[in-house]
Design a protein around this ligand. Structure first.
Ligand code: KMH
Ligand code: ZN
Length: 275
């Protein structure tokens, strides 16, 4: 069985300290959470930035540089994937600040959302010209994109861009299911999406909120990969807050062990994801 790649989305853009006191905010806190997630079994971390004074989401290259400097000081192994989604309302220029870090800190992956989606009461805007622009910036830096698909049409857009030669195959896709306004986190929907993938593409699923562990279970059984983390879900059990990211990773690692699926090391993940 292919080893399981666990990605940990440690901070996100929307979560607040009012929702959970375990949210990391400063570059040091974010780096510590990322390293802890790696120790718990994740091979990759998905990173957003936060303004350390206010906690507001930030894609500033200075903040990403600080996070990555600190992370590399304590963990020089974990695969780094930066967000180019940022937060709703950010411009393409702002969102891509995460890509502009010194070369020695350059991430191996960056997200590329392939379509617009309602996002609660907001709209996460990703028109085609923006997708092409962000894709170009990711590829120009030799970074591998992870396609973020919040809906079925986003996968079709990724295929369209690949067919036009604007995205190199095989791609890696993260199905983000259960965002209010996006595609629901159901077994039927995930089956449809996985069956719609082109040959050789790899996939992972991020179930939002209470969908996190049920979706993880399906991915473990079906040979896909899993994203967990406070960005997507803050609860370990009903009403029980996860005391950081590591407990969420440990839960998925336990599920994988029960299913007889080994966890991917960072080197195995690099081979599986073709980094
Ligand atoms: N914060 C969401 C609006 C990504 O990281 O690429 C977008 C997001 C996707 O989190
Ligand atoms: Zn994100």
């Amino acid at each position: 069985m292919t080893p399981l790649c666990i990605t940990c989305a440690v901070v996100g853009a929307e979560l607040t300290r009012e929702q959970t006191p375990h949210l990391p905010i400063t570059p040091q806190e974010i780096a510590l959470e990322a390293a802890g997630a790696h120790r718990a079994g994740a091979c990759m971390v998905h990173l957003h930035g936060r303004d350390p004074r206010t906690g507001a989401p930030s894609q500033s290259s200075a903040i990403f540089t600080e996070i990555l400097e600190e992370l590399r000081r304590i963990d020089d192994q974990v695969i780094v994937q930066v967000s180019t989604g940022g937060a709703v309302g950010m411009s393409v220029e702002q969102r891509c600040g995460s890509l502009d870090v010194p070369e020695n800190l350059r991430p191996e992956m960056a997200t590329l959302t392939c379509g617009t989606v309602n996002f609660g009461d907001d709209v996460f805007l990703n028109p085609l010209p923006a997708i092409r622009e962000i894709a170009g910036r990711i590829l120009a830096r030799g970074i591998k994109p992870e396609i973020e698909a919040f809906d079925a049409g986003h996968l079709d857009t990724a295929k369209h861009l690949a067919n036009k030669g604007l995205l190199p195959e095989p791609l890696h896709v993260d199905f983000v299911l259960g965002v209010p306004g996006g595609m629901a986190a159901t077994e039927q929907n995930l089956r449809f999406l996985v069956d719609s993938l082109p040959q050789g593409w790899t996939w992972c699923v991020a179930g939002i909120g209470r969908n996190e562990f049920p979706m993880a279970r399906l991915a473990i059984e079906w040979g896909g990969h899993v994203r967990v983390g406070l960005e997507d879900n803050i609860y370990l059990d009903r009403g029980v807050l996860a005391e950081g990211n590591a407990p969420l990773v440990v839960r998925v690692a336990q599920m994988a062990a029960e299913a007889g699926r080994p966890l991917a090391t960072v080197d195995e993940a690099r081979a599986i994801l073709r980094l």
